[in-house]
Design a protein around this ligand. Structure first.
Ligand SMILES: [Zn+2]
Length: 73
């Protein structure tokens, strides 16, 4: 499980890198709140992790991952 600071750091790195969007990855054993926010988001609409009402056992299991939309020339 990641701390709020680690989530923020991860998101910052994704925004600073080559990614065009952010994906929220949610493992199968996560709580319904986390499962509901799984998906791909624009940088300015991505929800904060952990989400409000998260009830994952042992801490929020969702995490940020970069989405790379790279098309060759
Ligand atoms: Zn959760």
């Amino acid at each position: 499980m990641l701390t709020v600071q680690q989530h923020e750091e991860g998101l910052k790195k994704i925004k600073a890198g080559l990614a065009t969007k952010v994906r929220i990855l949610v493992p199968g054993e996560a709580c319904p709140v986390c499962v509901a926010i799984e998906g791909v988001y624009e940088f300015d609409t991505v929800p904060t992790l952990p989400p409000d009402g998260c009830s994952c056992i042992g801490g929020c299991k969702a995490m940020y991952a970069p989405v790379l939309d790279m098309f060759g020339p």
